[in-house]
Structures are given as structure tokens and as C-alpha cells.
Design a protein around this ligand. Structure first.
Ligand SMILES: [Fe+2]
Ligand SMILES: [Fe+2]
Length: 148
């Protein structure tokens, strides 16, 4: 699919903000994956790495959109956090995914007349929803190991 051209500066600003979120998410998933692997949980590590790869692809879509529109991708990725327990790590990532879904859906809704752009935003929202489901499945496992 050809990358849609965005003329609205406000959309570009939002896309830059989302780009920061995607880049932080990818880094955070990779850090968490590495630590999960070191702590003997390759199942969780594999899933987190898979999601990191998908966040990279979401970032690539945003970079393409911004660049094709003749703007520069300018972003400030947030801090990568490392909560102390497996449950808190997965919960944190789950909360971030909910923010992503809302952001993409809001953009798709607000600019629904820009059909190609809205479709791209909806597709990413669906991918983030899938991440929520993946995290839900992972959360059920470490939860069983949490001390009472
Ligand atoms: Fe993403
Ligand atoms: Fe995600």
C-alpha cells in the first residue's frame, strides 16, 4: 500500500508522539525479555521479543508516514522501566498497550475521511489489541508464582 501523505501538522505531531511510544515499547519489551530469559522464563521472553519486533514495525509505519509527508520524525522516547516483579512488568506493559490502542483508534476516528490513513491506524490498533491478549495470557502464569 502506498504511504498516504499527511498535510495536517497536528497529525504529524501526534504521529511523532506515537513514534516515541513505539520506540520506548520496543526497548522496554527487549529489556524485559532479556531479564525474563536470565531468570529462566524463556516462554515469556519469546513472547516479549515477538512484541518488541512488532513495535519496531509500528515505528517503521510512523516513520514512513512522517517522511512521506515531507516532515522529519522527531521523537523523544520515554524512560524504559523495570518493575521488580514479573506481574508488575506485564501489568505495566498491558497499561501501555491500552494507551496505544486508544491513541490509534482516536486518530482513526478523528481522521476517518482520510481513508487510507484511518485504515493504517485501525490496523495498528488491532495489533496492539492482540498484544493485550498476549499479555493477559502471560499474566496468568507469573500470577500463579507471586507470593500471597
Ligand atoms: Fe505498537
Ligand atoms: Fe504493542
Amino acid at each position: 500500500m502506498k504511504t498516504p501523505i499527511i498535510k495536517d501538522r497536528r497529525i504529524i505531531n501526534l504521529l511523532n508522539r506515537l513514534l516515541g511510544m513505539e520506540m520506548s515499547a520496543a526497548s522496554q519489551f527487549r529489556l524485559h525479555a532479556r531479564l525474563a530469559r536470565r531468570r529462566g522464563d524463556p516462554g515469556v521472553a519469546d513472547r516479549l521479543e515477538e512484541m518488541a519486533g512488532e513495535e519496531d514495525r509500528h515505528a517503521a509505519v510512523l516513520i514512513d508516514l512522517i517522511d512521506a509527508s515531507g516532515m522529519r520524525p522527531i521523537t523523544r522516547p520515554g524512560a524504559v522501566r523495570w518493575p521488580e516483579s514479573p506481574f508488575k512488568i506485564l501489568e505495566l506493559n498491558r497499561r501501555n498497550e491500552i494507551v496505544s490502542v486508544r491513541s490509534y483508534e482516536r486518530l482513526a476516528g478523528k481522521y476517518k475521511d482520510h481513508k487510507e490513513f484511518a485504515a493504517l491506524m485501525k490496523r495498528t490498533a488491532r495489533a496492539e489489541r492482540r498484544h493485550i491478549r498476549m499479555l493477559d495470557r502471560l499474566i496468568e502464569r507469573p500470577l500463579k508464582r507471586e507470593p500471597a
